[in-house]
Design a protein around this ligand. Structure first.
Ligand code: ADP
Length: 274
């Protein structure tokens, strides 16, 4: 294997020889590999809309005397440009979250504000697909963190719930306080009765650019980065994201964050970025 360093250890044991060939790549090499894969994926993903925009602009040039065709091509160019913009924005968001200190803006945040903002941002998408968004659960819960990051994580979950449900369905958001092993947490859940996810795919959906159905994701404007962003936001806040899903029945994603209790000082203090 020319590109890998392998450690070979030979042991003489009673009755024979044991040859152990171990993959001895350092953690640094693996981190480099992950970075390389990410760059390769990013270039591939960027090439798709850029290529489409190029082809469409050539088509516009050639359709000079056909206004109807020009309008059609221009409409598609707008959609591809929006897609490119969304992709670039999510790539930037993800790289920020993967930096050494992703939580540069932390404060006590009202969970009601997070879910309220998420509902407001998803209302148009929901009504466009005739989906009813409901919100229930405990009020007055608080966490410590970056309100924008947390809102964007919940928005990603709600957008997915809408996009992977049939028109007319219901998406239920709920919040609750839970105690686990003596620690207090806040859970924000987003439940849908949509298409559901197979067990094999469940293990992979939080990977960058992983999509179960590329065409469906692309049609709904998905980038394959949403859940990866959610996972990083959860991690940066000392929390987790879990999923329950059954094909044909739906999915429930639960974001669990350490609760901020009235009596304690925020553990993370806001830093000023120069
Ligand atoms: P995308 O931009 O494609 O939605 P995500 O990272 O948000 O990317 O999600 C990865 C994949 O996980 C999606 O492409 C989809 O196949 C699957 N997925 C995510 N949320 C749901 C859901 N609520 N129901 C069914 N499938 C989902």
């Amino acid at each position: 294997v020319p590109t890998r360093e392998l450690a070979v250890r030979v042991s003489l044991l009673e009755g024979g020889i044991v040859l152990v060939i171990a993959d001895d790549r350092s953690a640094e090499t693996r981190a480099d590999e992950i970075k390389r894969d990410f760059v390769a994926n990013v270039s591939h993903e960027l090439k798709t809309p850029v290529g489409a925009i190029q082809v469409l602009s050539e088509a516009v040039e050639q359709a000079a005397d056909d206004p109807e065709a020009i309008r059609r091509f221009a409409g598609r160019m707008t959609r591809e440009t929006e897609r490119l913009g969304e992709l670039v924005q999510q790539i930037i968001e993800l790289s920020r979250l993967q930096s050494v200190d992703p939580l540069i803006q932390a404060d006590v945040v009202e969970v009601d504000d997070i879910v309220g903002a998420a509902v407001a941002r998803c209302r148009e998408l929901a009504s466009g697909r005739a989906i009813t968004l409901t919100l229930a659960g405990a009020q007055g819960l608080r966490v410590v963190g970056d309100e924008d990051q947390l809102t964007s994580a919940v928005v990603n979950l709600v957008q997915n719930a809408i996009n992977y449900s049939d028109p007319g369905a219901r998406v239920a958001m709920s919040t609750r306080a839970v105690e686990d092993g003596g620690d207090e947490f806040v859970e924000i859940s987003v439940a849908d009765n949509g298409i559901g996810i197979r067990a094999d795919d469940l293990e992979r959906i939080f990977e960058r650019f992983y999509r179960v159905d590329y065409d469906r994701s692309r049609q709904s404007g998905g980038t394959g980065l949403g859940l990866s962003i959610v996972k990083h936001v959860a991690g940066a806040h000392g929390g987790t994201v879990n999923v329950w899903s059954k094909v044909g029945q739906g999915s429930t994603f639960t974001l669990r964050l350490p609760a901020y209790l009235e009596t304690e000082e925020p553990e993370v203090t806001a830093l000023t970025v120069p």
